[in-house]
Write a protein that binds this ligand. Sequence first.
Ligand code: ADP
Ligand code: ZN
Length: 815
Amino acid sequence: MPETDLFGNPLAPPESSHSGVFADVAIERGFDASPTGLTYRVPADLDLRIGHRVVVPLGRGNKTTTGYVIRLKIDTDLDARKLKPIASIAPGAIELPEPLVELARWVASYYVCPLGMVFGAMLPAAVTRGTGATRRQVARLKPDAEAGSVKLSKLQQAVLDAAKLQPGWTELKHLADLAGAKSTSPVQQLIDKGLLETKHEEVVVSNLDLRAQQLAEPATRLTLGPGQQEALDRLIAAAGSFGVHLLHGVTGSGKTEVYLRLIEAMGVGSIRQAATGSLDHSANSPTPGIIVLVPEIALTPQTVGRFLGRFGLDSVAVLHSGLTAAQRHAQWRRIEQGKVRIVVGARSAVFAPLSNLKLIIVDEEHDNSYKQDQLPRYHARDVAIKRAHMAGIPVVLGSATPSLESYANALGIRGSGIGNREGNGPNEATRSENRQATGDSRLPTNTYLHLPDRVPGMRLPEIEIVDLVEERKARRGIHLLTRRLEQRLTQVLDDKSQAMLLLNRRGYANYIACPDHKCGWMLTCPHCDATMVYHKDKRLPLGGLVRCHHCSAEAVLPATCPDSGHKVSVFGLGTQKVEAELEQKFPGARIARMDSDTMRRAEDYQRTLDQFRTGELDILLGTQMIAKGLDFPGVRLVGVISADTSLNLPDFRARERTFQLIAQVAGRSGRSDQIGRVVLQSFNPEDPAVVKAAAHDYAGFASEEIETRVQMGLPPAGRLVRIVCRDKDHVTVTKRARELAAALAAANAALNLNVRLRGPHPCPIARVADHHRLEITLTADSPGPIQKLMTQLRNHGQLISDQHTAVDVDPVSLL
Ligand code: ADP
Ligand code: ZN
């Protein structure tokens, strides 16, 4: 597949470094005006490479700005005398590895984003700003120094001896300390005598201490179960070439242990192995680099802790949104300088500047937090696949509930367009069978690795469904906890074990309405087409407020209906209401609520989880925040307060989401030798998502759901792009959306692409923060035609990603 630039022209193979006289530069904050970059002259004394961040003059006034060198060349069609010279390499000497420059081009093209903004997303702002960087003087023994002939004082000799023991450059102050000197003068004297050499080096100081997260390794090495061993063997065999390997293992099947062993097998030894000298990989082959993506990291401290525990603080860099700017910069530099071999991080870690990349692991690959909801709107899993493809290395996707995209791809399920995808999408790999059949080793391979059982000694929980319709008939009053759930909770509290309760909605109640049905008034946000949610807050004079979950507008709770004067009624459900009911029904229980209202910072989250782990809490109640990845052996009961909150969303993936959420949260129960239970409450007890999740039947659910998607021509049976036009003025946005739809239709016909176009019509939430929103959707059996169509419009300036137009390729949210 030839790489193309944004205009669909084939890219020239990358020119070798150092040879350029001219450079194409992508302007950092640039918009789409020059997608292939602006051409500059390279001053003769500038040692420039592709990926360098540079300072360049821009526009008539020659205002300086920053950009990235994306190409070096010896010729240009432009009038060379008129080209401006590059001013300098930008402070901080940032140089992106060439493969990342290539990846950025693909992201810019595939996700319809200006290239400069992709670089902006690749590099943390802390790095480009140089946050926390200082210069310090370092010294080391001069290799050819002849110490014998020089007379030295005692202190000088001590410094020299200390320097001999240091493997590399050492800070002057540190050398002095090692020698017991009170000042750095003896070090300075040795430099003057020519026995030590010195230089200034930029370091980033940060106070990130990961020790607290590092989990202790078990005293004895686990014996892998047969499923784990087979998956590991196949993954080891797949090393060294591109392939997408789906590790589908039920919750508690030991997927993480498989990742850890795979990394060890790739030559990144565990501390223990290294100490006993059983591994030898240091000598000539450079150590492999490995990226491990996990959903937003504050949410998975346990996973990070296991990587730190296994491979040690010195080998692992951690990147997530909870870091301070200086910490993030320091971590990035450690990676760039090759000081770490493993990067564990959230979405943007897919762009980590690791060299010698050998493997990418995407844990919980189905997780929506991998999709960025602002420019560039990339999906980190798919970028990982593309990066692996470009590097010719394997990527492992792990999940207990794989996205249907990854599942269909791994199994090579052929509906309209599934499995056999041509075009320039991230995931166009074909199956392993093809490769074996044709004997063509260059063909990429997709494999499906299944771990259907939990690790030895651990069973899947028993799930019981409670029909809320029946419950309502049989019991008076409003109860969020059904009789069955109450009974199970009582047992858990009696047994001194623990429970987790999930409700995927925060606040107290999400409807504030007039009790008179004839009136029909309901409190909606003045800025959005959405209802406002009541949040109790004891600190406020009125005991609470109403808030919009889309634009965060707040107001006081109205006492009466503005139309009829009746006292308003507050109904619907939220985590706060469950908390109140728990407190009332189980007065002795120790309860914590975990949602984004109570967990403002990563520390809050960490602290509450620690309390739960050590048994200081009996019941942990929360939103999907508690559904992911947590491993607490004391949990014997999981309650799903309402399976319907996600089921009723106007999104074709509502059912898939619901299945995932139930399966994931259910997976928190019974992670010990004791059987776990799950109580699943729903008004839709017959819905396939509910029934199949209760039966632990992923395959059954997936095949039915894929069938439906095939009929509708929706992913994974085809590709989807959603373009949302937004404006405060309804007339303006309607006009713009219609023009865009017409341009799309014309190009579609002219190029004979057969992309299915729909819209413009109002988005499910037609107004957010005073902006009217109209959507146009593009679907096709494969990504190729859609990409061609968008490129065509982009070339003609008819499709520009900006604050009025959001192009969402492979969207995960459709509200
Ligand atoms: P998953 O990621 O699939 O949910 P984990 O990797 O977290 O599963 O494993 C669940 C628990 O089982 C962990 O505490 C882990 O240490 C343990 N475990 C993993 N593999 C084995 C094994 N082969 N034998 C016994 N325990 C294991
Ligand atoms: Zn609002």
